[in-house]
Design a protein around this ligand. Structure first.
Ligand code: ZN
Length: 689
């Protein structure tokens, strides 16, 4: 007898809810997907059939079904497609139909050609003789349909209320099989698709929703009862690595992993050490279980068939061993993926990137990989679902998955790949991470916005933690603030380590943190001299040194951009401490360009001048000091600077950001290093020579 009650999915339907049938479909879909253990991101599909007038006014049976590529959690009415059901039903008498024929045929049944392409599982919805149909991939049901002895277990759990359908890729044949099985079993309340998912229905939207929940809760209770007393994944084989040691390990391993997976462009990494992941990576049977295959065909294009499993014994082995093993495991995975592709490909197939999307490190955690932060998080979220399915299926006696041939047929299925084409086009800095010092200031925040605008992730480093936090909050999940004192060795090391742990590494480093002070030489105190040199010359050195270490470690090239100053080239009267430190930065950049060029690491300098807008420096005594040295009032400085430029323009932060973007971009500036780009509206004494 069960001593604990299994987790039960609550019915969230508001009895007072009212609306049209299409609105009810939207409401039901959103409710189902509000729980990701029921509906994966982008997975599952729902439908409702209504009798409504078409554009001619004739009463028509309209099947509203999810459009391909949308997510049920956020879908609205525009995400559904209306189809003339009476034109679809005659297909039930056909023997076979190719995917292309099906897509073409359904396009002609749309009540409005501008609606999205209907779900690849549309025929399943059309052929089931009920007005409201849900198709989902819930964890608890996944455990039964993904168990070694699934059909018998399904019978024990649901009796003759469930119809069992052996695995078949979605499409015409599967839809027909389901329709025939449902017709032959009038008492059936649900369909279980082997190694795939659940289909339920109802006479109303509310009833269909309730039937889906009922099936899930029955499955969850069954799994819970059967696994009673048995530890998940064969019990724990080792303890999880303590948090501090884990961070230190990951900081040393992730850059090499990032280099290894970034075969055709940079990748973002995401670390997950949630309790479910730690239980899995410490499980006795997890290494073997993880290599069986995907937990749902829907996961394949995002997670691939299998993760990389890396053995690690933290008590006997160190970071260097782990690092080497991770790199070797990724290379072996890539080789296997290429062989898998060659084994099953047709002449039209194109190899998708052969790198793993999920890397599991024994005792340490999960690392997901994506071309974007969103893709890395999606792979992670789907794998968390896979862990739940494997936990349940293992408790029921063993987990089974698609064969390699079946996997390939889904992973490289044009109809599945179509979903991916609906994603926004790649942006120039996609997959890249930029660490910007002094990010909270006027120039720094303009650079951060510009890089984020091109798809890069941002590590906003600044000594002003609160303002850096505000900038990161403005930019959203693609940015993280890190409090940094660039004159402190430990603080700079910590900033780079944070970048590695948050996004996996860094591609662009913008050294921008600065101060300025102005005084005649006799009045320049030693403190003032050292303050300028400590934040500027020494700060740029410390940041560049960590940048070089990390960029070399990743082995992916990279770009370091120094924000210099006109004063680096032109003698600034009454600002010798500042100007000499700026000159040191400029020469440091050129030395590093020589030193790091062999590894494809470019080092360039952008020299702005008189950027007053949004500047902390210009809000300080620097403004008054500069005005005094020119013999003008402080509020005359903008006009003074404009007048002295060749172009008669003031320079603003966005101008500087544009120049940084050029040097940051591997497409635009791949052959530019050791360079200086003045952004000063033309100051003749600073023309490089
Ligand atoms: Zn499905």
């Amino acid at each position: 007898m069960a001593t604990t009650s299994p987790p039960s999915v609550p019915n969230l339907w508001d009895p007072a809810w009212a609306g049209s049938e299409l609105a009810a479909l939207v409401y039901r879909s959103n409710l189902l997907a509000s729980d990701r253990s029921i509906v994966n991101f982008g997975g599952g599909n729902t439908s409702t059939t209504v009798i409504e007038p078409d554009h001619t006014g004739r009463s028509t049976n309209i099947l509203w079904v999810k459009g391909s590529g949308s997510d049920l959690a956020t879908i609205d009415a525009r995400g559904f497609t209306g189809l003339r059901l009476d034109e679809i039903l005659p297909l039930g008498t056909r023997e076979a139909m190719t995917d292309e024929e099906m897509v073409e045929y359904l396009a002609r049944c749309q009540i409005d050609p501008s609606m999205p392409r209907p779900s690849i599982e549309t025929l399943l919805h059309a052929f089931i003789p009920h007005a409201h149909v849900d198709h989902t991939h819930p964890d608890a049901v996944g455990a039964i349909v993904g168990a070694v002895d699934g059909e018998r277990l399904a019978e024990e759990c649901f009796g003759d209320e469930a119809v069992w359908i052996p695995y078949l890729r979605p499409g015409f044949a599967l839809s027909k099989l389901v329709a025939e099985a449902v017709a032959a079993n009038p008492g059936a309340k649900l369909v279980l698709l082997a190694k795939h998912g659940l289909v339920t229905w109802g006479a109303s939207a509310q009833e269909s929703y309730a039937e889906t929940l009922d099936a899930i809760n029955r499955a969850a209770t069954f799994v819970e009862e059967r696994s009673e007393g048995r530890p998940a994944f064969g019990g724990t084989v080792r303890a999880a690595v303590p948090e501090e040691q884990r961070a230190a390990l990951l900081a040393q391993v992730l850059p090499a992993l990032r280099g290894a997976v970034s075969v055709d462009g940079p990748r973002i990494l995401q670390v997950d050490v949630s309790p479910a992941v730690l239980e899995f990576v410490c499980g006795r049977e997890s290494a073997a279980t993880s290599q069986i295959g995907a937990a749902c065909p829907d996961h394949l294009v995002r997670t691939k068939r299998r993760p990389v499993w890396v053995e690690f014994d933290s008590e006997r082995e160190d970071a260097a061993v782990l690092r080497r093993r991770v790199v070797e495991a990724v290379a072996a995975f890539q080789e296997r993926e290429r062989a898998y592709f060659e084994a099953y490909r047709s002449s039209e197939d194109v190899l998708s990137d052969p790198s793993p999307r999920i890397v599991l490190i024994e005792g340490v955690g999960l690392v997901s990989v994506g071309r974007t932060l969103t893709a890395a998080r999606l792979a992670r979220d789907l794998y968390l679902r896979a862990i739940e399915v494997m936990r349940g299926a293992s408790a029921l006696g063993g987990f089974v998955s698609l064969s390699d041939e079946e996997s390939f047929a889904v992973e490289y299925w044009p109809l599945e790949l179509y979903k991916l084409t609906l994603a926004p086009p790649a942006r120039e800095l996609q997959g890249m991470v930029a660490l910007i010092t002094g990010a909270a200031g006027g120039i720094g925040s303009a650079i951060a916005r510009a890089i984020a605008g091109e798809g890069g992730c941002i590590v906003a480093s600044d000594i002003a933690a609160e303002r850096a936090g505000a900038l990161a909050a403005e930019l959203g999940e693609v940015a993280r603030a890190v409090e940094t004192d660039v004159s402190s060795e430990a603080s700079v090391i910590a900033a780079f380590r944070a970048a590695v742990l948050v996004y996996g590494g860094v591609d662009v480093v913008v050294s921008n943190a600065g101060i300025a002070s102005s005084a005649p030489i006799e009045e320049t105190t030693l403190d003032e001299w050292e303050r300028n040199h400590s934040i500027l010359a020494r700060g740029y050195f410390l940041v560049a040194r960590e940048a070089a270490r990390l960029l070399r470690d990743q082995g992916m090239g990279g770009s370091i951009v120094f924000i210099g100053s006109k004063n680096a080239l032109a003698a600034g009267k009454g600002a010798s401490a500042y100007s000499s430190a700026k000159a040191a930065e400029l020469h440091l950049a050129r030395c590093l360009a020589e030193e790091l060029g062999g590894e494809g690491i470019r080092v360039n300098t952008v020299n702005p001048d008189a950027v007053l807008e949004g500047s902390g420096i210009w809000d300080s005594s620097w403004r008054e000091e500069r005005a005094r040295s020119y013999g003008i009032a402080p509020d005359e400085l903008e006009e003074f600077y404009r007048a002295r430029t060749t172009l008669r323009r003031n320079v603003v932060p966005a101008d500087v950001a544009e120049a940084v973007l050029f040097f940051a971009s591997p497409q635009r500036a791949v052959k530019s290093t050791g360079n200086v780009l003045n952004v000063d509206a033309g100051v003749a004494i600073a023309y490089p020579r």
